[in-house]
Write a protein that binds this ligand. Structure first.
Ligand SMILES: [Zn+2]
Length: 242
């Protein structure tokens, strides 16, 4: 039986002479693989759908482990994202993260919608692009169940403690009396406020933020990498060697 779904194409792989296998983020099912028959042929309707980055409305049929693409339409190809190097690399980083964290049959409709909004906004960002990326990281990791504790001590629960430290393993800030332990590092209320800001801000409002503490950005990346279990993503290396 066929069913309608929305997908973001994370990766396309040529298969045999004419087909493609797509790694996709499905709105209904999390990570899925889709067989797009004939997608290597320029006269095939499936060819326009089977492109990395595409956000599509599709009709699929499940066949054992794989889904078969019946038909569909492209809702957004994020065309402008491919025109600017930095925006393109960060867009690729978003797809690489999803390739790494998504599970099969994992219903992540909120993360799906957030990702579509992120890619839409990312098409036209020209300043402070890394703020958007760090906002995406802290929002995504929170949706996955690892929201950092930024208001109370993660150990004793004290509200808005002074002299705070941030602990990756405890999952947030810790107060002075609890702060003699483990992997905690000193931080400031400004950094924590900035993390809080990026956790809750809408992507389209980031342009109105004047300043973000660099330490907040570093803490978010460290926290994110620790909780997704990966030290570095390949696509970000492209920016280092620019
Ligand atoms: Zn405490």
């Amino acid at each position: 039986m066929s069913e309608q779904d929305e997908i973001i194409v994370l990766k396309e792989i040529d298969y045999k002479d004419y087909d493609k296998i797509l790694h996709c983020f499905s709105k209904k099912r999390g990570r899925i693989q889709v067989m797009a028959r004939g997608a290597q042929k320029s006269n095939s309707e499936n060819m326009s759908i089977a492109q990395t980055f595409n956000y599509c409305d599709v009709t699929l049929i499940q066949n054992k482990e794989m889904f078969i693409l019946i038909n569909g339409s492209v809702l957004n190809s994020f065309y402008r994202l491919r025109q600017k190097y930095e925006n393109y690399v960060y867009g690729s980083y978003i797809l690489e993260i999803l390739n790494h964290v998504l599970q099969e049959n994992d219903h992540q409709a909120n993360a799906f919608e957030m990702t579509v909004r992120m890619l839409e906004v990312l098409e036209d960002v020209s300043a402070n692009i890394s703020w958007y990326i760090h906002a995406y990281e802290i929002k995504l990791i929170s949706m996955m169940g690892f929201k950092p504790q930024l208001e109370h001590c993660a150990v004793c629960g004290a509200a808005r403690p002074r002299h705070i430290k941030f602990s990756i393993s405890e999952g947030g800030i810790i107060c002075n009396s609890c702060g003699v332990m483990k992997d905690s590092s000193l931080t400031t209320q400004e950094s924590i406020n900035d993390m809080f800001k990026l956790l809750y801000v809408k992507f389209e409002h980031i342009a109105t933020i004047k300043e973000i503490n660099i330490e907040a950005l570093k803490l978010i990346r460290k926290y994110f990498n620790a909780y997704v279990g990966k030290e570095q993503f390949k696509s970000l290396k492209l920016l280092e060697f620019k």
